[in-house]
Structures are given as structure tokens and as C-alpha cells.
Ligand binder design. Sequence first.
Ligand code: CP3
Length: 377
Amino acid sequence: MTETAPAPLPLSDSHPLSSGLTADAPLIRAARGERPETLPVWFMRQAGRSLPEYRELRKGIEMLDSCLRPELAAEITLQPVRRHGVDAAVFFSDIVVPLKLIGEAVDIVPGTGPVFENPVRTSREAHEFAARIRERISPELFAPITEAVALTVAELGSTPLIGFAGAPFTVAAYVVEGGPSKDHLRTRTLMQADPEAWGDLSGAIAELSAAFLEAQVRAGASIVQLFDSWAGSLSRDRYQQSIAASSGLALERVRALRTPGGERVRTIHFGVGTAELLPDMHAIGADVMGVDDRIALDEASRRLGGNVPLQGNVDPAVLGAGDAVLQAHVRDVVRRGNSAPAHILNLGHGVPPSADPAVLTGLVEFAHALPDGGRVE
Ligand code: CP3
């Protein structure tokens, strides 16, 4: 991480944070560490296969193609906001979209995930891949993203849009393995066998994720989330030595952005199975820590020193367990979330495709009806 703060980058006057449109939305207030009157709630993967209107729109269109069609991406982003009344939209895209934009041969195979035709296996390939990224990054690269974000925020009004990107480790885990893997063994071997090649590769991916995030924010996103979904396969030492610097780099540009009034853009950082890594993942420059459902929020807060806003962590499995079980669980999550300065309600991971959308809508209503924004004595 850098010792000196980066020079501030100005956001336009018309940005929804600058104009004040989203500046006091419950989600943005909570990310600043405040306790709004209603508990903000959104769901990771809220746009997607659990929604019949999504399945209808996607018919005959490949996943990555749908991400690059601005009107379609905007419409898919808006669907869950209309249906569930959530406190934020999350931009419909994918962590591998920036790599698709620079021309890498990547596909998202339904039921599997991202698959790369030419996985990076050797030090030489890692350096070549990094050089290709650095050569091809440019602001124009993100035109379809910028356009989709602008269309989306024009419809959202005072509801903030969350921009996102993959953290370097999680993206590299697909690039090196060639597809989804259980233990990311090749990726973890590369980072230890050749730290220099790993540093080059993860640093270049960080620059690409940083540019992707900045493009979304400049076009109107009010907050961002960095997904390091697979960081749970790393030890603390490994995270500190091989991951933290490049993940920090991915957030650095967004952290430098300021509205004309001096407000900064907040960042959320999330991983799965990362209970042991929470302080390190926070230290890279996150304002809010996303917590999965394998650790209770009060314990997560304790590990973070009690002063970090938290996001999470309803167990997705409980969505199918019936109203009584779900409501008792959500109450418990919210009660434990009270030990943090602020709380954004979410699932511990993405919405499962099998989730009943009516249950999600009910969960939003339940959360919004909690007295005093969910504060309990
Ligand atoms: O609603 C949202 O959260 C916004 C959209 C979003 C998608 N991918 C759309 C998507 C977000 C935030 C992501 C991030 C993402 N993509 C992550 C990090 C988040 C996480 O869940 O941990 C990861 C690891 C990926 C890579 C990826 N893309 C996977 C593992 C899959 C699932 C493959 C499958 O079919 O099970 C995808 C595909 C994907 N990304 C879908 C969606 C809606 C499903 C594709 C479809 O509808 O055909």
C-alpha cells in the first residue's frame, strides 16, 4: 500500500453523489458509518436467474454478450430494484468482463462459470498476459459499461448503483486455472514459485479492475464492491505477502475520487470463508467489510476492532426454510450487526438461482419494517 494519499480526482457536478441525489440514501449513510432510520438491504447476485423476467430477457443471448449490450444490462440491473424494493442496484456485469473487453478468449459456461481458452500456466505466460493487459487498457475500452451505467442511473433516481470488480486473486484464479477450481492450487503455486511473475500478473489485473471500477463510478455508480470471492483459500501470511498490495491497488483510484463538496466514494470488500482475513482485507482500503455466513457479525465486528461498518450475512440456505425460521434468523443477524457502527443487510453470498423471488421481496419488507433501523436494546 502507498504511504502517501493519492492526489484527489474530481467527480463531475452531475454525479448522483455530487448533486446529492444518492448522498443520503440509507446504504450510503451506512457505508459512512451512520445508522439510518431504515436498515438498508440488497442482495449479491440479485439480478439473475432467480428472476423469471431475467430468464425471459436473456433467452438466446450469451451471458457476456448481455453484459456488453448497454440497454439490456441496464434493464437487467433495474429488474430486482423494481421487484424487491432493495436499497441499491448492483451493476449487471461480471468479474471477467474487463478481460473480455481487452480481447481475451473467455466465456461464461452456464452452470460452470468463467472459462479461459488459454490459461496462464508459466512465468513467461504470466508476464505476457500482464503486458497484454497494460498495453490494451484505455478509457475507451469501457464504453459499453459507461453507457449502461449512465442509462441505469438515469432510471434509479435516489437509489444508489453499486459498481463492482473482481479482486486480483479471484480473477487470477480463473485466468491461471482456466476455469472454476476448488482449491486454486496452480494459482497458489505460481505466487510462491515465482513471486515476480505473480506480482506482474496480479498487478496488471489490479490496474484493469481499478479502471473498470473508476469507469463505473465516473458514469454514476455511488459506491463499489470488490469481490475476492476465493480469498478464503489463503492463509493470513499468504494474503499479506501475495495479495494485499494488488487488492489495495484495485481500490486506489476509486478512493481518490472526490465530489466537489469533498465527499469520497465508499468501498465494500467481500470474500467467502474469509473470517481469518477480515482485518487484512479491511486494511487494503475498504470502508465496509462484507461478511459471509460462516462467522457471526458480532464476532466479525470484534475481530475488526468494533469500528468498521459491516455488510451481510443471512445464510442463503435459510431462504428456503420458511418464514418463521427466516425471520428469526434475520432478527439474529440484525441483533449481532448492532455491535458494528453500521450494518447493510445482505446474504452471506449470492442469491441461489433456486431462491423464490417472493421470499426475497418479503425479506426486504421485513428488514425495512424493523423499528429504529434495526437497532435493538
Ligand atoms: O446481481 C449481481 O450481483 C450483479 C451481477 C454479477 C454477476 N457476476 C452476474 C452473473 C456479479 C456481481 C458477479 C460477480 C462474480 N462473477 C463473482 C463474484 C461474486 C461471487 O458470487 O462470489 C464471481 C466469482 C463471478 C464468476 C462467475 N460468473 C460465476 C462463478 C458464475 C456462475 C456460473 C453458473 O452458471 O453457475 C458466473 C456467471 C454469472 N455472472 C451469472 C450472472 C447473473 C449467471 C449466468 C447466467 O445467468 O447464465
